[in-house]
Design a protein around this ligand. Sequence first.
Ligand SMILES: N[C@@H](CCC(=O)N[C@@H](CS)C(=O)NCC(=O)O)C(=O)O
Length: 201
Amino acid sequence: MYTLYHYPYSQHARRVVALFEEADIEYNLKHIAMDKNEHASKEYASINPNEQVPTLIDGDLKIHESNAILRYVCTKHGLSEWYPEDLEIRANVEQWLDWNQCRFSPAVVDIVLNKVFMGEHGDKLAIKRGEENMRNLIPILDKKLEHDKYLAGDNPTIADISVASNIFQLSLAEAQPTESNIDTWYQRISQRTGFIKSLPQ
Ligand SMILES: N[C@@H](CCC(=O)N[C@@H](CS)C(=O)NCC(=O)O)C(=O)O
């Protein structure tokens, strides 16, 4: 059975839980107490040298990088509904997975880490940088969803799970986008059972 090193307030870890739940795949969670700096312990660094959650263990295989984990699980279980094989649809899934990691995530982390988790030690300049970047990023996402139900077309994929995990994260800082296309899409994806089960209790 899979073991997932996890922290409930990690959007990167939650997106893997959401996929497991959606696909009805069994898994064990190992809680890494990030609030107690457990991710920076020697023991955990030997599992994930980046000192980050999530890490997936599948037998002798250890994988970090949440989107790589999503792709691995889909490929291993043939979850073509979540990771479509059609080349054009797949290209869109890849595009939004990478957009989420390279463009959206840094802005989300700037805002949520510094506003919520760092408390009074939060970096005000990082919050400002995150908010400025968000002003460019949110219209890109909103426009994409103007005519499409989901990020890669008519059906939800791991790209939606991945990006939606960051939208929930923004809600922790009361910074969730209110644009109508994003809101309509987020209502769809966030009402799915797997997504709900991934949320912090
Ligand atoms: N690119 C990584 C990012 C993982 C990540 O940033 N995890 C955060 C929690 S949401 C973490 O462990 N942060 C601790 C740190 O960077 O020191 C992924 O997608 O898995």
